[in-house]
Ligand binder design. Structure first.
Ligand code: IMP
Ligand code: MG
Length: 184
């Protein structure tokens, strides 16, 4: 059995410890919101969240905007129930919105190898949007293998497995309001 408390999360014989608090996340998301607000002033951007991990970041980010915006979702899968990327991406849910000539902002929970975001970039370019930018709450710079600019970054973190605030381990822990890291 695993247990959740404020200071440590035990999963089998693995231990996760606090990394980024709820308050730190909210403060940073507010700053990113203000930046996007001014960058897209007078435009109507469409935010595209990558499910499932981005749901919490996308919701909080959009609450910090004063400009009008729209949203849609992609669903990708690459991790399965393990902690290491399987190396291939499957598209599980297509977009519903027409993004031709639109200003698109892709919203990710975390960029690890960059495989998912690279896949999305290739896919989206076929729809000929007016512009594409990328936002990710977390980026693991040591692990990124593709040359893609992430325009809005919440936090750069070390190459360690993290959970919480949308990020899962075998589908659990997405509901935590702060981020925890696997301690070695
Ligand atoms: P990438 O394609 O290797 O960049 O991986 C991107 C996806 O893998 C993210 O959107 C997450 O869903 C998942 N992922 C990467 N690192 C972590 C992690 O540390 N914890 C939980 N999920 C992760
Ligand atoms: Mg994801």
């Amino acid at each position: 059995m695993d247990e959740i408390n404020q200071n440590v999360i035990i999963v089998g014989n693995e231990k996760f410890v606090p990394m980024i608090t709820d308050e730190e996340i909210q403060k940073r998301v507010k700053e990113l919101g203000a930046q996007i607000d001014s960058d897209y002033k007078g435009k109507l951007p469409i935010f595209i969240g990558v499910l499932n991990g981005s749901f919490m970041f996308l919701a909080d980010l959009l609450k910090n905007l004063t400009i009008h915006c729209e949203m849609d979702f992609f669903k990708l899968s690459s991790y399965g129930d393990r902690k290491i990327s399987s190396g291939n991406v499957k598209l599980l849910k297509e977009l519903n919105a027409d993004i031709n000539e639109r200003h698109v902002i892709i919203v990710e929970d975390i960029v690890d190898t960059g495989l998912s975001i690279n896949y999305i970039k290739t896919l989206l370019s076929e729809y000929k949007p007016a512009s594409i930018k990328f936002a990710s709450l977390l980026v693991k710079p040591a692990s990124v293998k593709y040359d893609i600019k992430i325009d809005y970054i919440g936090f750069e973190i070390s190459d360690k497995f993290v959970i919480g605030y949308g990020l899962d381990y075998a589908q659990k822990y997405r509901n935590l309001s702060s981020i925890y890291v696997l301690s070695e």
